[in-house]
Design a protein around this ligand. Sequence first.
Ligand SMILES: [Zn+2]
Length: 115
Amino acid sequence: MKPEIIDGGEELDVAAPRCFGKIARLQTSWIEANPLRRFHVCPNLSGRKKKGCGFFVWVDVEFPPREKALVGWLLRRLKEREKDVRHRQSRERKLMGWLIHSWGLVMLLLFWQFL
Ligand SMILES: [Zn+2]
């Protein structure tokens, strides 16, 4: 496995190992046990169907416990906010739908008035 520089984005500083000739895929962990920690996996791994050869190696060192807890807390807060935004957006869509329907009804009533 000869290290290779992946071309593009934030991955520029990372030397990528190879797995059976193909450059290992760089991914970022979002789980609380290892937040924002990058790792390389077998390029043949995709979803649950293709398992690949099982190659896996961390790129970044593990966060110290305090930092890990802080990042975990921030990620939880972020997820809560995103959930809140989605909830508000769906309520907004419902209200908009209701508004459009009620406008249609008002127009219909006005139309009848002038017949
Ligand atoms: Zn592989």
